[in-house]
Structures are given as structure tokens and as C-alpha cells.
Design a protein around this ligand. Structure first.
Ligand SMILES: [Zn+2]
Ligand SMILES: [Zn+2]
Ligand SMILES: [Zn+2]
Length: 177
């Protein structure tokens, strides 16, 4: 199991450069076209590790000196970026976050959404993927895009130095009788 955390002191410029370079590389390999608008939208989504909606993307592009894009243009670009696995859709926020590490496009993605600071990190574990695929298979359901969203509080917002403490903090609620 790997946790991909983004502490505030991480080198985010490196994060962005790596993600953009990887997107370009993958498109070269697959023949997918990373057009100017698709690249620009990815760049804006990469501004933060917090979900950003289509309308905010339009505004940020304007702030960066680009022409005001039509929402349909942005949605099409986002659709491409999601399909390619460069961006994940955060359903609960109706918004998008960039995937900042490489994993297969069909891999189960567990998004950890912090309800305090909005930061989204990713958890990848094949154990969860296998459990879901097996359970879905039993009811004849074919999983296409497994994305799970977990809402909670990130390590920083929790003020935890040692993540293991979190387990001690969770006290089961007494059952109402
Ligand atoms: Zn970063
Ligand atoms: Zn990802
Ligand atoms: Zn947080």
C-alpha cells in the first residue's frame, strides 16, 4: 500500500513539471493529442492539490492571460485528461485534481479528500481493487472506472505527527438504544 502525501513543504514546481512531462511522454507513446488547450487545462489543474471546477479553470486561464474559453471546451479537455488518467474527477466536489504519480488508467483510485483544507491525496492498493472487482463480478457488474472517495481530515489538519495516532483517536460511538 502506498500513500501519496503532499506536505506543504514539498517541491510543487517539481510536481508540476514531472506531471506535465509524463503527460507529454504518454501522449507521444499512445498517439493521443495533447493539444494546447488540453495542456493548459492540465497546467491549471496542477496549480494545487485541491479540486478545481470547470468554471474556476476558465477564470484561472483568463488570469494567466488566455482568451476566455467556452465551458464546453473546458469540459471536453477535462474529459480527455480524465480518460488519459492525467486528471481524476472528484465527484463529491464536482471538480478535478491532477494525478501526480503514474499508475495504470484502469487502476483503482482511492482519493482521500480533506474536508478541512480540501487537499486530495491518493492511495493505491491492489487489495481494494481486487475486493471491488470480485464483489462487483459476483453481481455481474463490470467495473469501468473505479474511483473511491474518502472524506476526512489530512495528517496536517489533524495535527498528527504520527499517523498511527489516528487509530487511537477514533472512538466508536456508543450505540443508541
Ligand atoms: Zn505538488
Ligand atoms: Zn492517480
Ligand atoms: Zn487537510
Amino acid at each position: 500500500m502506498a500513500v501519496h502525501n503532499h506536505p506543504p513543504d514539498h517541491d510543487h514546481a517539481h510536481c508540476r513539471t514531472t506531471a506535465l512531462a509524463r503527460a507529454e511522454e504518454r501522449c507521444l507513446e499512445s498517439g493521443a493529442r495533447l493539444t494546447a488547450i488540453r495542456r493548459r487545462v492540465l497546467d491549471v489543474v496542477l496549480d494545487k492539490h485541491q479540486p478545481v471546477g470547470a468554471y474556476d479553470i476558465i477564470e484561472r486561464l483568463v488570469e494567466k492571460g488566455h482568451e476566455r474559453a467556452a465551458p464546453v471546451t473546458i469540459y471536453r479537455a477535462l474529459e480527455f485528461l480524465v480518460q488519459q488518467g492525467f486528471v481524476h474527477r472528484v465527484e463529491s466536489r464536482n471538480a478535478y485534481v491532477a494525478c501526480t504519480h503514474s499508475h495504470a488508467t484502469d487502476e483503482t483510485v482511492v482519493l482521500l479528500v480533506c474536508e478541512t483544507c480540501d487537499e486530495v491525496s491518493e492511495l493505491s492498493t491492489s487489495a481494494i481493487a481486487e475486493t471491488i472487482a470480485a464483489a462487483a463480478g459476483r453481481v455481474g457488474f463490470l467495473v469501468r472506472q473505479p474511483v473511491i472517495e474518502i472524506v476526512g481530515r489530512c495528517k496536517r489538519c489533524n495535527g498528527l505527527r504520527n499517523p498511527a495516532q489516528a487509530f487511537n483517536q477514533i472512538k466508536p460511538k456508543p450505540l443508541a438504544v
